[in-house]
Design a protein around this ligand. Structure first.
Ligand code: NAD
Length: 252
């Protein structure tokens, strides 16, 4: 049984985590940290880590970058593994996370969906096999409230492909220049509309052959389930920085 402290327990992802955890017998959310008290009264609740007293095995964090200092101070003091899912950290904060991972197990990923992380692995494999014979285009779709474009996940996919396609050049918009497509390009395109949770498609277009790998997130539950699996995976690990690639590799 993995006992979990949830940071951001009253937020959208916090509620999704509580729902996803209620159907599992391999883990339990024992406490929540949030500025706002949770609706679930069964949790030990604290407004901050300095007020928290409880026994637990792993912390799962879906909150805000401003929580990082107190989160890492608590985890380092208790030698407790931490799954960090919050996004929007500064470069300095990312270094804090990497530095903490030298002393405790830290699972850090901007996208906790198992499917998206599998797509990243598959896209990397396809880029290796196809080499420069195939043109690569990434198309992502999200709801009309999303501020950033392209999505961080589309960039994660492009970055993974660029690890094998080392001369890759990202092209976000083609309307401004009038020229034929270069082999080095990875085209990245964004669509915004309605309440689309998140669609990602990676197209490998060759001569007379097209391979498309796609992923569709239908609700936030996919991120919650990924984070809970990461928490179970992290319990008992040696200090280090882990991500979904490690979880997928060890699950093979
Ligand atoms: N890695 C992933 O797969 C993934 C998926 C979805 C969301 N996220 C990220 O997770 C984070 C939370 O997302 P959300 O949609 O649940 O947001 P949200 O705004 O609904 O919830 C955030 C919660 O954190 C709490 N909080 C904020 N500052 C705090 C503080 N100083 N101390 C204690 N609690 C504090 C808020 O009260 C709120 O309840 C965001 O950074 C989001 O981008 C990551």
């Amino acid at each position: 049984m993995t006992r979990i402290i949830m940071t951001g327990c009253s937020g959208k992802m916090g509620m999704s985590i509580l729902n996803a955890a209620s159907g599992r017998d391999d883990l339990q959310i024992v406490a929540g940290v949030d500025l706002v008290p949770p609706q679930n009264n069964a949790l030990i609740y604290a407004r901050s880590f300095s007020e928290l007293t409880c026994e637990a095995d792993v912390i799962v964090d879906f909150s805000h970058p401003s929580v990082l200092d107190s989160l890492l101070a608590y985890a380092l003091d208790k030698k407790m593994p931490v799954v960090i899912c919050t996004t929007g950290y500064s470069e300095e904060q990312k270094h804090q996370i990497f530095s903490a991972a030298k002393e405790i197990p830290v699972f850090y990923s901007g996208n906790m969906s198992l499917g998206i992380n599998l797509i990243i692995e598959l896209a990397k494999k396809a880029a290796t096999v196809f080499g420069s014979d195939f043109d690569i285009e990434i198309v992502e779709q999200h709801h009309n409230q999303k501020l950033d474009a392209p999505s961080g996940t589309a960039l994660m996919i492009a970055d993974a492909i660029a690890e094998v396609k080392t001369d890759a050049e990202y092209i976000y918009d083609r309307h401004a220049t009038r020229k034929k497509r270069d082999k080095k390009e990875i085209g990245i395109h964004s669509i915004r509309g309605g309440n689309i949770v998140g669609e990602h498609e990676v197209i490998f277009a060759g001569q007379d052959e097209v391979l498309t790998i796609s992923h569709s997130a239908r609700s936030k539950t996919v991120f919650a389930v990924g984070a809970l699996n990461a928490a179970v995976y992290l319990k008992g690990r040696v200090p280090g920085l882990y991500n979904m690639s490690d979880l997928l590799r060890d699950a093979e």
